[in-house]
Design a protein around this ligand. Structure first.
Ligand SMILES: [Zn+2]
Ligand SMILES: [Zn+2]
Length: 365
């Protein structure tokens, strides 16, 4: 079978051939991988900036945003059935007894950093024709979502943020009416975050650099959000020209931009960081103003990474609602579907919103 792997030592990304997986045992499930989404993380791994092969291996099989079909189940598997569509989660718990999050199956909050992640950190990913996974790490997908369920993993980041926002803003002792929410950035994470906000009935805005007449802006408007172009409104004027926001969901990964946007956070607001900036030269931040505002406005600044099983389940419910409300917009997020041979070029290149590697179609042997 074929797979796509990165070889950090020789700096190569290529299609490799592997033996078929052996028959499954215990609570293992054999999966036929249907589709794998590609994101900035894959590109960083493909540029040898990030990621780690499993111990003892000279390569890492890529892919963490997968949709798969169950082909065979081990004797101890309880709920998964042959033919089911599933999305596997990415992060696996660390082995440390003292890590309470991992022992509570909340490895998205792991405190030791010794977790591993399929396709990213010390474990092979899903960008292979067949893969084996523990039943416990699979989330069932309704068949009617088959053509968009590859978006579940990137949407789970927004879903975890939504769960956290719900818990944190429960601090406000009144029902919040007309929540104004801003997604900062119109890449896949920003757009999926904005869709999640729309589904949650927030008055949703997306801020990005593309002009108001661009395809991205059109896509934003197509699902009922308001597009704000950086070419029309500089970040520093957002508060004055557009007003403040109760929630800002950062999805640009550029610290200068993110901290400039904190100014548009309203009283009792929540700012959620999801991007991981590259280390650059230090840039000045007016920490006096920042701290004054955080205190005087009762603001929360929160970082979030990865997602729990419950966030994947929430992501699938949100995806289902989004497909009911604006199916064409959801489908439009997937801008490319290419065969496995084209994966290395795609991973080392750029362009489009969400690129997907199509490995197989459902229901064919
Ligand atoms: Zn990703
Ligand atoms: Zn842990």
């Amino acid at each position: 079978m074929r797979a796509v792997a990165v070889f950090p030592k020789v700096r190569e990304v290529r299609v490799i051939n592997l033996p078929e997986p052996p028959p499954v045992t215990g609570s293992h499930v054999l999966l036929k991988v249907l589709e794998v989404g590609i994101c900035g993380t894959d590109r960083e791994i493909g540029a040898f900036e990030y990621g780690a092969p499993p111990p003892g291996s000279d390569h890492l099989i890529l892919g963490h945003e997968a949709l798969a079909e169950v082909v065979a189940t081990g004797p101890d598997v309880t709920w998964v059935r042959k033919g089911d569509l599933v999305v596997p989660t990415v992060r696996r718990p660390c082995p440390q007894a003292r890590c309470r999050p991992c022992r509570a199956e909340r490895q998205d909050f792991c405190v030791t950093g010794e977790f591993w992640e399929r396709g990213i950190k010390e474990a092979h990913g899903f960008l292979q024709e067949w893969t084996v996974e523990e039943e416990a790490h699979l989330v069932a997908v309704p068949r009617k979502l088959a053509d968009v369920a590859v978006l579940t993993e990137p949407l789970s980041v927004a879903a975890k943020a939504a769960e956290q926002a719900q818990a944190l803003q429960g601090r406000l002792p009144w029902e919040r009416a007309h929540v104004r929410a801003l997604a900062l950035g119109a890449g896949p994470v920003g757009l999926l975050g904005a869709m999640s906000m729309v589904v949650n009935h927030f008055d949703t805005f997306v801020y990005s650099l593309e002009p108001a007449a661009s395809e991205r802006a059109e896509l934003v408007r197509s699902f009922g959000a308001t597009y704000l172009s950086g070419q029309d409104v500089p970040l520093g004027e957002l508060r004055q020209k557009v007003g403040t926001f109760d929630i800002i969901y950062e999805a640009v990964g550029v610290s200068k931009v993110a901290f400039a946007a904190v100014d548009a956070l309203g009283a009792n607001g929540l700012f959620i960081f999801t991007g991981i900036p590259a280390h650059g030269s230090p840039s000045p931040v007016d920490t006096d103003t920042l701290m004054r505002n955080i205190v005087l406005r009762n603001q929360l600044l929160l970082g979030t990474v990865n997602a729990s099983r419950s966030a994947y389940e929430l992501a699938l419910r949100e995806l289902e609602q989004a497909m009911f409300l604006f199916p064409r917009s959801v489908r439009a997020l997937i801008t490319h579907r290419v065969p496995i041979e084209a994966a290395p070029a795609l991973i080392t290149g750029h362009g489009g919103v969400k690129q997907v590697i199509a490995l197989s179609s459902a229901g064919t042997p």
